[in-house]
Ligand binder design. Structure first.
Ligand SMILES: C[S@@+](CC[C@H](N)C(=O)[O-])C[C@H]1O[C@@H](n2cnc3c(N)ncnc32)[C@H](O)[C@@H]1O
Length: 591
């Protein structure tokens, strides 16, 4: 925030004391303050006059205000020098607003910078929930007014943007439909799931706002950034009043992508969108991937977004374009167009690994003396039949899986299977599981509710197939790992991995070769946003029709690709007849 001098604070405190001594009605005080500061309705009540006095006293006594950000309010104030750079950038890109709106404006650095840079601003509307920011904001405006003249009249609303009062503000904006707007800011950065962990009230009423149902709502898919809700709500309100202008927000990249998706689904009237990559670590000291999203609203409807670094002076600043092409949402339109021929349905189903949410109990390892231990380093004595070699996502970064470091306990062979039978078939395992019953009951995910004791997910016949090709969902670098049985047992993958499964080694081997062709990586990387938490999800892998690749591939191409690139990893003899059998099987599944 702006450093206020003791002199400046004292001056304001004296002004407040005068008001109190004069015992003038608030209306009269506001008329005076409007002239002096351009702020409309400076105090809404006498109580606020006292609140302001207390606030000034606190600032003077402490010389420093409480800087602890409120976690559940996603409270990172944008530094003034950065808001200034953003406004300058906008000015250089033909932005000259008359009406300025900043929802969740905090201490108002965007508004201060905009007032410094844009001379034609006539009205400013700022909104924030926190009383401390109302007073910071108003002090900042007073300070600016003492340094420079500006014509803009200013309204600050202390309210919750999830309330109906927030939507009411837009009724006052309707009369400005002929004017150019700048809607700017930096909304709270927090997800509804993080908020519910904090028992926070700071949520829209209908938190399942995308109408997700059933399992999707239970498993993370209903998790959303409240910034996403705020942006969509804002755009809908602006559109309803036929307003137009620039829409400029600092947003997580994932929120920008979701906005583009929503723009396509429900026509939010965004066009000329840019995601200007910004180093959030440097500015806010948070490790999130974010950009300055800059778009026009209220004019055209366009479904692409140019991604380039903010303020970088490159000769060719156009880095890439993401968005919609042929009804598909992709991360790199140019590359996608080259490999679009691979788009379709995967010939085989990609499955996710086993979910148990209890690694310390379920994932075991042998120590140097060959003693079986769990994640708490406790000795475990159970029937070996229920133990399987286990690979984690991080083990899948090689072409051929190595000997597994871990073993996993498998309590069920299919979803929902009754686990009571274990008491008879595996008495030692039954005792071990019951010793850890409290841990099983403490698993947070709702999917375990009303399920048999010690239930696991991501389990079915496919889990026990001998050959697999695994992919880590978390890694930015795509790698297909061929997995063979170990000690005559199928290898199990964790739930951050996806895999194809096979009965015969030859089928797994040929598929593995195909998946290693560069076209496959090019296609998949044109779809995914590598900075996402889990770039390679099942939905993405299922879009890859690798059968299309074999159609283009002669036996001799295929063979030489294998000899040149993969033979060193895994040696196996095969004939043209083997290849043709595989090819025709694959064609059948494609049909
Ligand atoms: C990331 S900060 C950004 C502040 C300011 N826009 C800036 O760029 O410096 C988010 C702001 O949202 C405000 N906020 C959080 N939840 C809110 C809500 N439900 N209604 C209104 N403001 C809220 C916080 O008080 C905080 O000032």
């Amino acid at each position: 925030m702006m450093p206020f001098s003791v002199y400046f604070l004292n001056e304001n405190l004296n002004m407040v004391k005068n008001f109190l001594n004069l015992k003038k009605p608030i209306k009269e005080i506001n008329v005076y303050l409007k002239k002096a500061t351009n702020i409309i309705d400076f105090f809404r009540s006498e109580a606020e006059l006292y609140e302001f006095r207390e606030y000034l006293l606190k600032l003077l006594n402490k010389k420093k205000k409480d800087e602890t950000p409120n976690q559940d309010l996603g409270d990172f104030q944008t530094p003034l020098d950065f808001t200034y750079k953003i406004c300058q950038y906008l000015q250089n890109h033909n932005c000259n607003p008359e009406i300025l709106l900043e929802p969740t404006c905090g201490e108002g650095n965007f508004i201060i910078s905009a007032l410094k840079i844009f001379p034609d601003i006539k009205r400013v509307f700022g909104v924030d929930l926190q009383p401390k920011y109302e007073w910071d904001f108003k002090l900042n405006i007073i300070k600016l007014r003492s340094e420079q003249e500006f014509q803009a009249e200013i309204n600050f609303y202390r309210l919750n943007i999830f309330s109906s009062e927030f939507s009411d503000i837009f009724n006052n904006l309707e009369k400005y439909s002929e004017k150019e707007f700048l809607v700017i800011g930096n909304p709270p950065w927090i997800t509804n799931t993080e908020l519910s962990k904090l028992n926070s009230f700071n949520l829209p009423k209908k938190s399942n706002f995308k109408g997700l149902k059933g399992l999707n709502a239970l498993t993370g898919k209903s998790n959303f950034d409240i910034a996403e809700f705020i942006m969509i709500n804002l755009l809908q309100n602006l559109m309803k009043r036929r307003l137009r202008g620039k829409f400029v927000f600092l947003l997580k990249d994932s929120v920008i992508q979701k906005l583009l998706i929503e723009n396509y689904r429900s026509s939010l009237k965004l066009s000329k969108s840019h995601a200007l990559e910004t180093n959030f670590q440097k500015i806010f000291h948070v490790s999130a991937h974010g950009s300055l999203f800059m778009s026009n609203f209220g004019e055209l409807l366009e479904h692409i977004c140019i991604k380039q670094p903010f303020l970088e002076n490159t000769k060719n600043p156009l880095y890439s374009i993401f968005g919609w092409v042929n009804e598909k949402f992709v991360s790199n339109i140019e590359n996608y167009k080259k490999y679009e021929w691979l788009e379709g349905n995967s010939p085989k189903i990609w499955r996710q690994g086993v979910k148990h949410d209890l690694s310390r109990v379920m994932v075991l390892h042998y120590d140097q003396k060959g003693i079986l231990l769990n994640g708490n380093d406790e000795k475990v004595d159970i029937e070996k039949k229920f133990l399987y070699p286990f690979l984690k996502s991080s083990d899948l970064q090689v072409k051929i899986a190595q000997k597994s470091r871990f073993e996993v306990i498998i309590t069920q062979h299919k979803l929902g299977q009754d686990t009571k039978l274990l008491e008879e078939t595996a008495p030692k395992l039954w005792v071990y599981l019951n010793q850890n019953l409290d841990n099983f009951n403490a698993r947070k995910s709702k999917i375990y509710n009303n399920k048999p004791l010690f239930s696991i997910f991501g389990i079915g016949d496919y889990t026990f197939k001998p050959y697999k090709i695994g992919v880590s969902g978390f890694y930015k670098k795509l790698n297909f790992c061929l997995i063979k049985p170990q000690d005559d047992k199928p290898v199990i993958l964790d739930d951050t991995s996806y895999f194809l499964f096979f009965e015969k080694l030859m089928d797994a081997f040929f598929t593995w070769i195909l998946l290693n062709f560069p076209d496959i990586k090019e296609f998949l990387s044109s779809l995914v946003f590598v900075n996402a938490k889990r770039p390679y999800k099942k939905e993405v892998l299922m879009r890859l029709n690798y059968a299309k690749l074999i159609e283009k591939c002669t036996f001799s191409n295929f063979k030489s690709f294998y000899h040149e690139n993969l033979e060193g990893e895994f040696k196996m003899q095969f004939t043209e007849a083997d290849y043709n059998t595989f090819k025709s099987e694959l064609k059948k599944s494609d049909n």
